[in-house]
Design a protein around this ligand. Sequence first.
Ligand SMILES: [Zn+2]
Length: 304
Amino acid sequence: MRKSLLLSVNVLCATVLAAQNPPAPPAPPAATQAKLSVHWEELTAADFKDAIGRAQGTCLLPFGIMEKHGPHLPLGNDLINVRYVAINAAQQEYAVVFPEYYFGQIFEAKHEPGTVAYSRGLQLQLLQETTDEMARNGCKKIIIVNGHGGNNSLLPFFAQSQLEMPHDYVVYVQSIARSAPGEPAHKSDRSTDMHAGESETSVSMIARPDLVHLDRARQESGADQARLKGLPEGLYTGIWWYARFPNHYAGEGAVASRELGQFEVKSWTDAIVQAIKAVKADAESLRLQTEFYERSKHPLDTPQ
Ligand SMILES: [Zn+2]
């Protein structure tokens, strides 16, 4: 009696459960199943293999930084913006995009809150080990997409130093490419529009408008303070940036616009798409690099 009551209760429960849980939805169409994320960290191990194949071994390493961006933009502005354009570009011309990377050159902002400035040696070692690990996983063509002006000397040096010893992969560097012919007129002086100014703020208004505090953009001056006037052009010293822009702000963020931002986001994205296509088609760089490594082992055999 008791057993059969339990059985009836179980049957009842199963019936109620079946009524509450509708049948599983139909399997997604093949096109959805075949869609691979461009984000390295979103892929399963098996999908990662397919992704590297689809990308023809071409991977992006968007490179940001953590630093003050005037009084009105977030610390991670460069990381956010460069990832926005790199991910959009990779979705147009498939490439695998490495996760967040912001371990670059930013000593000149160490006096400002929130700056993360790793030592010189670590920057180079971490970048080398990162590209080595990418290549070990099939990224034989790595495009470092720079999003931070303070890396403008570091990255070509890093790429050049790949000739120090043999690698089975090629490093390319795509610089910031916001400007293009046909650009809307700027409202501020372009020669000092360098950091959190009109151009960069406009891009942020497209990438993450919720993080742009345009109403605060005039709380500090982004004017050039020109405190090293005595030094001739062509003579470099590291304190130059602080001498000119001690607030870590160069330009006028307050005059930024979504119109300019849309144009500059498209220019930058298009430049990355072109870079991915060119890199996929490039067999010559690796061939010449390999030839060079071989010859560099015995320079006396190089015809003179
Ligand atoms: Zn920036």
